[in-house]
Structure formats: structure tokens, C-alpha cells
Design a protein around this ligand. Structure first.
Ligand code: SF4
Length: 316
């Protein structure tokens, strides 16, 4: 039985691409690449991902953390950014190169994606699809079942391993054909076309662009922190405050012993200093601004004190 690696974003298009090939008897190994900007929740809870693979009837699922390589791409994308900080063309190339590396290990002879010709102006324009094939040196082995009939036949199609006549010729931005197809496959839930990427989110994407432009440190920890909290930037200074209990806990976990952490001795956000050495009075003032309880205490003439949180004490 022929086997393919499916680039699986969990979005509708990649689901349908997989189902179309599964219907032809092709074995599916669904691969999802994750970074703090997409799919990161699966790092702690991969069960949801594997349940989805099982429910769809795909033979295999694999999750790979590509943060380190992705951050390099994010800092200097050869083909630029999309609407915000999303370096989509470079990102696709990176993922396909990683998938290509996995072909031997997994025993797959095809790489499949849910790309639809002309759906996204930048990444799925016909010329871009060709460019991606060229950059990844995957020409002939990169199958896009949803638009295959509009593209040159791939090697598996030429050899009859994949029946070209059963593939589709979807193009453009309309979602109707995909929604119809999802209904035909009996999908109970119809997810969005893509898997959701925080770099394309206006608020988070703009924040990431600012960090890149100002050449602030971008690493595993700061990348995770960029996806949450309130951020305050000044010359040589970068501080993040949690907006709720969940974010406060995340800030503590992510920052573990790497960055100074502060809070008040009254319910307040947790603050982490990622850059610079701000005066403690400044940090206290900022925390008071976002703590109702601290403001009330001060109005009553009571004391509010800044405390430095050490992760050691948190665990004790
Ligand atoms: S939207 Fe995000 S995950 Fe998707 S291709 Fe662009 S950068 Fe990559």
C-alpha cells in the first residue's frame, strides 16, 4: 500500500486532502508541526490531536516541535511576511523540507498538502505553488489533491499509484466546494480552512513585528510570552504582565528562573522583566495600575508591597 505524509494543520483543507487519498487506499501519516505560534497547546495535551487522527481514520499521526528552525525563518524570511508577522511562504518551505526529511523514516513516497490553487493570494497563487516545489526540490512528489487536476501530474499520479481522475480541480477563495465535500465525507464538525496561526492575528502579529524590528530577543521563552499578556516596551526595556490567573501561571512556568518575576502582596498580575533593569518603584506602579485590590488598599491608606517571586519558593 502506498503511503503519504500529510501536512496536517487540522484545518478543513488538510482534512479533506487526507480523506480523498484515504478513499483511494493510500495510507496516511498526518504530520503536524508546532511552535508557540501554532499548535502549541498540543505540546501539553497531544491526546486531542491523536484522537482526531483516529476519528478521521488516518493510520498514523506525528507531532513535531520546530520552534528553533521556525524562529530563524521568522527573523529573516526570504519571501517576506503576510498580513502581519506570518512568513507563510518560508514557513511552508520549512515544513515541506522537514516533511521531506521524514519520508524515509516514515516509509512514505508522497507528500500531500491541503493547498488550494488561488485560495490565498500570497501562498497559494499558482506561481507560489511552483516556487515552493522548486525551493523544496519536491517537484513530482508534492500532491495537492484538492487542486491536482489544475496542476501538472505528479509521479504517483503518472504511475497510477494515485488515481488522478478521482482528485479535484478546486480553485479560488470560495469555500462552497470544500463544505460540500466535508458533508459528503460525513464530517460532523467543519473546521476553518486553516489551523489558526497567532502570527496572522492583528494584535499578536503586530507585537511580534515590533520585537523583530527592534531586534529584541526572540527565543523559545519570549516567543511563548509574545502570545499572551500585556506588553510594555521602552528603550532597552520589555516587561510582560499577565491578564488573568491562567496567564500569571503561564508567565511563571515559562520564565522559570530565567527572568525576574514580580507581583504585589495583594492580588495583582504577575510581571516578568524580559529586558532591562527597571526601578522597582516603576514595576510596582505598573502592577498597582492593573490591580483593583491594590488601588483600594492604597486609597484606604494601607500598605502595598512589591514582592520578587522566585520559582524556587513557588515550588516549595
Ligand atoms: S499562517 Fe502561520 S502556520 Fe500558516 S503558513 Fe503562515 S506562518 Fe505558517
Amino acid at each position: 500500500m502506498a503511503k503519504t505524509i500529510l501536512l496536517f494543520s487540522e484545518g478543513l483543507d488538510s482534512i479533506l486532502a487526507g480523506l480523498l487519498l484515504k478513499k483511494q487506499g493510500i495510507e496516511i501519516c498526518a504530520v503536524k508541526f508546532i511552535t508557540p505560534f501554532f499548535g502549541w497547546e498540543l505540546k501539553e495535551n497531544p491526546e486531542k490531536f491523536f484522537k482526531k487522527i483516529k476519528d478521521l481514520g488516518f493510520e498514523e499521526g506525528k507531532l513535531y516541535d520546530i520552534t528553533q528552525e521556525f524562529l530563524e525563518v521568522l527573523k529573516t524570511p526570504k519571501f517576506g511576511y503576510g498580513s502581519f508577522a506570518n512568513p507563510c511562504i518560508d514557513c511552508r518551505i520549512l515544513m515541506l523540507k522537514k516533511a521531506k526529511e521524514l519520508m524515509g523514516e516514515v516509509g512514505a513516497e508522497i507528500i500531500t498538502t491541503g493547498e488550494v490553487a488561488g485560495q490565498r493570494p500570497k501562498t497559494q497563487h499558482r506561481n507560489t505553488l511552483d516556487l515552493i516545489e522548486k525551493e523544496t526540490k519536491l517537484k513530482g512528489f508534492l500532491l495537492r489533491p484538492l487542486s491536482a487536476k489544475l496542476l501538472s501530474p505528479t509521479e504517483p499520479e503518472k504511475k497510477g499509484i494515485v488515481k488522478r481522475e478521482e482528485l479535484l480541480a478546486i480553485k479560488g477563495r470560495k469555500r462552497t466546494p470544500q463544505i460540500e465535500l466535508a458533508k459528503n465525507f460525513g464530517l460532523k464538525e467543519i473546521p476553518s480552512s486553516s489551523g489558526g496561526c497567532l502570527l496572522a492575528d492583528p494584535q499578536i502579529g503586530s507585537r511580534v513585528l515590533k520585537v523583530l524590528k527592534e531586534k529584541r530577543p526572540l527565543n523559545l521563552e519570549t516567543a511563548q510570552l509574545l502570545t499572551l499578556g500585556r506588553h510594555f516596551f521602552e528603550d532597552g526595556l520589555w516587561i510582560v504582565l499577565g491578564r488573568n490567573q491562567r496567564e500569571n501561571e503561564l508567565i511563571k512556568n515559562i520564565s522559570s528562573n530565567r527572568f525576574p518575576l514580580y507581583s504585589l502582596d495583594t492580588p495583582s498580575p504577575t510581571a516578568v522583566v524580559l529586558e532591562g533593569n527597571p526601578p522597582l518603584s516603576w514595576i510596582k506602579k505598573l502592577l498597582v495600575k492593573y490591580s483593583k485590590k491594590a488601588k483600594i488598599k492604597l486609597e484606604k491608606g494601607e500598605d502595598v508591597n512589591l514582592i520578587e517571586l522566585s520559582n524556587k519558593n513557588e515550588k516549595d
